[in-house]
Design a protein around this ligand. Structure first.
Ligand code: FES
Ligand code: FES
Length: 209
């Protein structure tokens, strides 16, 4: 009688032996593993889809209007709007997220537009100081800045106006301390802070989004 490990395997149903099945399953698992590793490696090598460095289509919703641009992906929201969409209300001062002069409102929140890529805010509602007035009627916050003489050189003013609008939309009746905290991301190099806070207090309860 042949030793046990030399016995021929009994053919199973459908003509496959147990050994054939194990061999096939092993090859299949190996192939799956190789495919999975290959896909992961390929993804790691290629990374997310790359855009640019040449111009790409970018669509922005600014002050309720759609703007279609072709710009490099590295272009900031501020530069896209000032240089390519011809809305120059918001100013470029420090250009590095330190002064707030470029403040815009994106989906209800203030952003430094000099430090935000235009391509990142596609599909969001962008508001600039250019869109605040209603024809010849100033927005109440703009009017309050005029009434209190809340500016000197004026470079910081569009950013302060936008920050004040955002503050009053979130908290229509802030205390002076809350107003100071809400506007602490903006700097006035001329030192007009007292009148700026006066303007915020004058517009409170009046300004609405
Ligand atoms: S210009 Fe953007 S923070 Fe100063
Ligand atoms: S008014 Fe000149 S920087 Fe503010």
């Amino acid at each position: 009688m042949a030793p046990k490990d030399e016995l021929p395997e009994k053919p199973e149903r459908f003509g496959f032996s147990r050994r054939d099945f194990l061999k096939t399953a092993g090859v299949g698992s190996l192939a799956t593993a190789v495919t999975t590793v290959g896909a992961a490696e390929a993804e790691a090598q290629t990374g997310p889809a790359v855009m640019g460095p040449d111009d790409v289509p970018v669509t922005l919703m600014v002050n309720g209007k759609r703007i279609d641009l072709r710009i490099e992906p590295r272009v900031t929201l501020l530069n896209a709007i000032r240089n390519r969409a011809d809305m120059t209300g918001n100013k470029r001062v420090c250009d590095r997220g330190a002064c707030g002069a470029c403040t815009m409102i994106v989906d209800g929140r203030t952003v430094y537009s000099c430090s935000t890529l235009a391509i990142e805010v596609q599909g969001k509602q962008i508001r600039t100081v250019d869109g605040l007035a209603n024809g010849s009627s100033l927005h109440p916050v703009q009017q309050a800045f005029c009434d209190t003489d809340g500016l000197m050189c004026g470079f910081c003013t569009p950013g302060f106006v936008m920050a004040t609008v955002a503050l009053l939309e979130q908290n229509p009746n802030p205390t002076i301390q809350q107003a100071k905290k809400g506007l602490d991301g903006n700097i006035c190099r001329c030192g007009t802070f007292v009148r700026i806070f006066e303007a915020a207090m004058k517009a409170k309860g009046v300004a609405r989004g």
